[in-house]
Design a protein around this ligand. Structure first.
Ligand code: MG
Length: 310
């Protein structure tokens, strides 16, 4: 039986794996991957993020050598959803509008927010297509799945590019901005699917409910009914998983666009590599250029200025 196993490894383990699979390496380039190897009929794809995907009959055995899978999945199994006391009974099978966002913690790239509506008649189909927690999917899988999902269900995607973000940010703190974006995406999608109404709206929780409701009160178009908040929302309904995949794919595509425009590989996250790339952008076009690609209020900006001044 064909299997897929995904593990997350440290930089150290990744190095060891690279050496271990040296002789099995394939001369194949996969976006965002460090290396691809094949042992027997099992393919091993190691991503720069530390995610390693084993695919094939020996996936389980191969992955077990290096780490514990986040979720084991055989090609014939269907993952069952978790239940929670705060959500209505049989929640995963209801018609739900879900929302999630990506990019808030990344120095480069936009903040993307997506609301997606999954009618109960579409739940099984999306699950069968492999729509699940985007952390268990590779970047290429996310981009591919996103385009499939967009054809199948109604969704609203909002993208705040860095230039716009830098204008809004002094007035809205990060949480307030996220609340405004979730609320707006949900509002627009509700209008689009009307007169159909979801049985529930599930927001992948990023702030306490009271805080969310406080910030919504300052919005012009407010959605206040049937709202549920839960962390790891994608485990409770496939609508949040779909929203998460669409927003993640949009974020990756924007980063890719930034890399092409700047002529240098723009990283996700907010680590030392972001400082270095930002310094190169500063050298190229100063803060005016950087403001088009990065969230300037991050500490990375000051670090980049120091590197650029050397
Ligand atoms: Mg989230």
């Amino acid at each position: 039986m064909s299997q897929t196993q995904v593990i997350k490894v440290t930089k150290d383990t990744m190095k060891k794996m690279k050496t271990y699979y040296e002789k099995n390496r394939l001369n194949r380039t996969v976006p965002y991957s460090d290396f691809v190897a094949k042992v027997g009929n099992t393919t091993i794809t190691a991503y720069t993020s530390g995610k390693v995907v084993f695919q094939g009959p020996e996936a389980e055995k191969g992955a077990a050598k290096w780490g514990t899978p986040a979720q084991s999945k055989t090609s014939t199994s269907t993952s069952s959803s978790k239940s929670s006391s705060i959500l209505p009974a049989n929640f995963s099978q209801l018609s739900v509008l879900g929302s999630d966002e990506v990019g808030n913690g990344s120095y480069f790239g936009p903040v993307t927010v997506c609301a997606a509506y999954v009618d109960k008649t579409m739940v099984a189909k999306l699950k069968a297509l492999g729509v699940r927690d985007s952390k268990e999917l590779t970047d290429p899988q996310i981009v591919q799945l996103s385009s499939v999902i967009k054809e199948l269900i109604p969704y609203k995607l909002l993208i705040v590019e860095p230039e716009k973000y830098n204008q809004i940010q002094p007035k809205y703190n990060a949480v307030h901005m996220k609340v405004a974006l979730h609320n707006q995406a949900i509002y627009l999608l509700l209008n689009e699917i009307a007169p159909t109404k979801p049985e529930a709206i599930l927001i992948d929780q990023f702030t306490p409910e009271a805080n969310y409701r406080k910030y919504v009160r300052s919005e012009q178009n407010q959605v206040n009914e049937k709202l549920y908040f839960i962390t790891k929302g994608e485990q409770y309904h496939v609508a949040v998983a779909a929203a998460s995949i669409i927003s993640r794919a949009a974020f990756l595509e924007e980063l890719d666009k930034e890399s092409k425009e700047l002529g240098m590989k723009v990283p996700s996250g907010a680590g030392a590599n972001s400082d270095k790339v930002a310094a190169a952008v500063l050298a190229k076009g100063g803060i005016a250029l950087l403001s088009k690609y990065a969230k300037l209020h991050f500490a990375n900006t000051e670090k980049a200025k120091k590197i650029a001044a050397k």
